[in-house]
Design a protein around this ligand. Structure first.
Ligand SMILES: Cc1cc2nc3c(=O)[nH]c(=O)nc-3n(C[C@H](O)[C@H](O)[C@H](O)COP(=O)(O)O)c2cc1C
Length: 187
């Protein structure tokens, strides 16, 4: 198997992180890979905000929890009131991927960019996970105000985030069972 296919195969979502920070050099490589992703009509309307400040990430988590606490969904409410809930699993870096909400292709563009982030990270020995909760709550006033403070353009929606960091050595990697019957080859 070639290196690219091996990298795709070995990427997996990580939900526990050590305090070790992603270096500026590696973060630059990862963000450059994100910007290389395909985008509809090559519009590249995406915007990447990489947050590496633990206090700022904690505050963002508090804002997300504040939005969840207002939800009618009991599961969201529970998260909103939980002291231990951390949507980004205490990863030292979170890349917020946002794009122009008026472009209907934005969710697809951002998904492509996020996958590039995950694969670039994996190739550098950095663990990752897609984090949905900031996107889920980005229309909440408290979350939006903080996103603006962090530099996310005001008219941009958050379509996903990437938690990045290093997994603790003792975390086992779960064998991934691939769904069957998802491929149809017509000759
Ligand atoms: C659109 C999307 C949203 C996701 N949101 C979350 C999330 O909020 N939190 C989380 O822990 N994982 C999230 N994931 C990761 C999936 O749970 C994960 O990719 C899936 O279980 C397969 O595992 P793997 O990534 O290790 O192959 C998300 C993945 C995608 C593609």
């Amino acid at each position: 198997m070639n290196e690219v296919l091996q990298n795709i195969k070995t990427r997996h979502s990580t939900r526990a992180y050590t305090d070790r920070q992603v270096s500026a050099e590696d973060l630059d490589l990862i963000l450059a890979a994100a910007a290389q992703a395909p985008s509809g009509m090559n519009m590249q309307t995406w915007h990447f905000t990489a947050v590496q400040n633990a206090d700022k990430l904690k505050e963002l988590n508090e804002r997300v929890k504040g939005a969840f606490a207002k939800s009618n969904d009991p599961r969201m409410q529970e998260r909103g009131h939980s002291d231990s809930y951390c949507c980004y699993y205490h990863a030292p870096t979170l890349v917020i991927v946002a794009a122009d909400a008026s472009n209907w292709l934005s969710p697809f563009d951002c998904a492509c960019a996020l996958e590039n982030i995950f694969l670039a990270a994996n190739s550098l020995g950095i663990s990752s996970c897609w984090i949905n909760q900031v996107g889920q709550t980005c229309d909440d006033a408290g979350v939006r105000a903080y996103l603006t403070e962090l530099g996310v353009p005001q008219n941009y929606r958050v379509y996903g985030c990437a938690a990045l960091g290093y997994a603790p050595a003792d975390v086992p990697v779960k064998e991934k069972k691939l769904a069957e019957g998802t491929v149809n080859i017509v000759c």
